[in-house]
Write a protein that binds this ligand. Structure first.
Ligand SMILES: [Zn+2]
Length: 439
C-alpha cells in the first residue's frame, strides 16, 4: 500500500486547513477568498458526519489537518471506459499498433476467452485500480455483439451490485450501428433497458446511417434510455457521423441525454464542415467525450512512419460553442491502448499536454469531475460544497505544475470523510487468465 502524503484522522468531524481547490469545483466561493490567475482558491474545509459541512476562507478554522496548500479535488469520474476489454494485453497484444490491428485482435480474444469468469475478474481488476486512484463513478461500454451480450451483461449487473456505495457503475451497449437494422437490435435494447443501461453503438458512414440512427433513437425513447455513441474515431475526412447524429436527434425530437465519444475526424475536416458540425452539435444538446490517450495511441498510426496529428477532437472549439466536453480514459492495457491504470488524474495530466488545456486551465478540471457527473446524471458529484458527501482526493501538489508533473502516487482518497486503504491490485492476480501460469 502506498503511504499517503498526509494523515487524516478517522473521526466524524475534523477540518482540512489550507486546502488549494480549483475554483471551478466550488459550488460557492466563500466571501473574500481570492482566486489566483490560475483559478485556484485556498480555503478551510469542515468535514462532519460523512459530509462537507462548510467551506470557509483559509485561517478561519483552528486545529485539524494542515494541508499546507496541497490541492483537494472531488472524487474522479471516468465516463468512457471498456472494462470488459481491459488487461488483455499480455495475451492479446496489438500486432502493429493500428486501429485495424486492435479490432482484429480483440475479436479473436473475445471469441476465444471471454467467459463470464474471465470478464468478471478483469473488470474487477480495473475497478480495484479505479477505486485506489479515487474514482467514484465509471461508465463502461460493453461488447454486446452476438452471444457476448448474454455473458457480459449479467457479469456487469453482479459487479454493479458488489461495488454499490463505492463506485457507481453504468453500462453502454457497444455494437456496430447496423445491428439496429435487425431483430437483434430490438432484443439488445430490451436487455439494456432491463439492466438499467444506456443504448450505444459504433456509428459507421453508410447509405443507411440516417435510418439506423432514427431506429436507435426510437428504441431508446420507447424505453426511456439515454444514448452514447462511438463516433468518427478515425482521421477519415469523410467520417461525419456526429453531424448525422445531431440531425437525427432534432429530427426525432429525442429528449434523452446524447453523448458522442471520440469525434476525431473533425480535427482534419475543412473549416466550413467543422463550423457546421460544431453548430449542429450545440443545437442538438449533445455532449462530447474526448479520449486523448487512446486517440494519441491509435490515430494516424502507420507502422514505420511518424504520426503527424494528435488524434483528438476539437475540444476548445466545442467548449467555445457551449458544448459540454468530458475527458475519459477509454481502453486500458488492451489492443486499443497498451497502457493505463484507470487513473483519471493521469487522463487529465496527459490531456493537458496533448490538448493544451493549461493556458488557462479555466474550467477544464471539470472535464474529469463535474461534467461527467452531469452526463451520468449523478447529482452533487464532481464538485465541492457544503452538504455534499466528503468524497475527496487530496494531492500533494499545490500548483498546477506541481500537481501535473508527478503521478501523485501518494494521494489520499476520502470516501464519506474517511481515508480509504489505497491498494493497487497485483498484476499477478490475472496471470492464470493470461496464459502466464508458471511463466
Ligand atoms: Zn471507447
Amino acid at each position: 500500500m502506498t503511504a499517503g502524503f498526509v494523515t487524516v484522522p478517522a473521526r466524524d468531524a475534523y477540518w482540512l486547513r489550507n486546502a488549494t481547490i480549483p475554483a471551478a469545483f466550488l459550488t460557492d466561493l466563500p466571501a473574500g477568498v481570492p482566486v489566483s490567475p490560475d483559478g485556484l482558491a485556498v480555503v478551510d474545509v469542515a468535514i462532519r458526519n460523512t459530509r462537507i459541512a462548510a467551506v470557509v476562507a483559509a485561517g478561519e478554522s483552528e486545529g485539524g489537518v494542515d494541508l499546507r496548500r496541497s490541492q483537494v479535488w472531488p472524487c474522479l469520474i471516468d465516463v468512457h471506459t471498456h472494462l470488459d476489454k481491459g488487461h488483455t494485453w499480455e495475451r492479446a497484444p496489438n500486432p502493429d499498433g493500428t486501429f485495424g490491428g486492435a479490432l482484429r485482435t480483440v475479436v479473436a480474444d473475445r471469441t476465444a476467452h471471454w467467459s463470464a469468469e474471465d470478464v468478471r475478474r478483469r473488470m474487477d481488476f480495473g475497478l480495484r485500480c479505479s477505486w485506489a486512484h479515487g474514482t467514484k463513478a465509471i461508465r463502461t461500454h460493453l461488447d454486446s455483439f452476438g452471444p457476448q451480450a448474454a455473458i457480459t451483461w449479467p457479469v456487469f449487473e453482479g459487479l454493479r451490485k458488489e461495488w454499490a456505495g463505492r463506485i457507481e457503475l453504468q453500462a453502454v451497449s457497444l455494437v456496430p450501428l447496423q445491428i439496429f437494422g435487425t431483430a437483434e437490435g430490438q432484443e439488445l435494447a430490451d436487455r439494456v433497458a432491463a439492466a438499467g443501461g444506456i443504448l450505444g453503438a459504433v456509428t459507421y458512414m453508410s447509405p443507411e446511417i440516417d435510418a439506423l440512427l432514427d431506429r436507435v433513437l426510437d428504441l431508446a425513447a420507447e424505453r426511456g434510455l439515454d444514448v452514447d455513441f462511438h463516433c468518427d474515431e478515425s482521421g477519415d475526412i469523410g467520417a461525419r457521423a456526429l453531424a448525422h447524429i445531431a440531425r437525427a436527434v432534432r429530427r426525432r425530437r429525442f429528449s434523452g441525454r446524447v453523448v458522442c465519444g471520440h469525434c476525431c475526424s473533425l480535427a482534419v475536416q475543412p473549416p466550413d464542415v467543422v463550423a457546421e458540425t460544431l453548430d449542429l452539435t450545440a443545437e442538438a444538446g449533445i455532449s462530447v467525450i474526448s479520449l486523448p490517450m487512446c486517440n494519441l495511441y491509435l490515430q494516424d498510426r502507420v507502422p514505420g512512419r511518424t504520426p503527424r496529428w494528435r488524434g483528438v477532437t476539437l475540444l476548445h472549439e466545442f467548449a467555445a460553442r457551449g458544448v459540454p466536453v468530458a475527458l475519459a480514459s477509454d481502453n486500458c492495457r488492451d489492443a486499443f491502448y497498451g497502457f493505463g491504470d484507470h487513473d483519471t488524474l493521469e487522463v487529465f495530466r496527459e490531456a493537458t499536454r496533448i490538448c493544451h488545456l493549461d493556458r488557462p486551465y479555466g474550467d477544464w478540471p471539470r472535464a474529469v469531475t463535474t461534467t461527467p457527473a452531469d452526463l451520468m446524471g449523478l447529482a452533487g458529484a464532481g464538485r465541492i460544497g457544503p452538504g455534499l458527501p466528503a468524497d475527496l482526493v487530496l494531492f500533494e501538489g499545490r500548483t498546477w505544475s506541481e500537481l501535473l508533473s508527478r503521478p501523485q502516487a501518494n494521494r489520499v482518497v476520502l470516501r464519506n470523510g474517511r481515508a480509504i486503504e489505497r491498494r493497487l491490485p497485483d498484476y499477478r492476480d490475472l496471470d492464470d487468465l493470461l496464459g502466464k501460469d508458471g511463466a
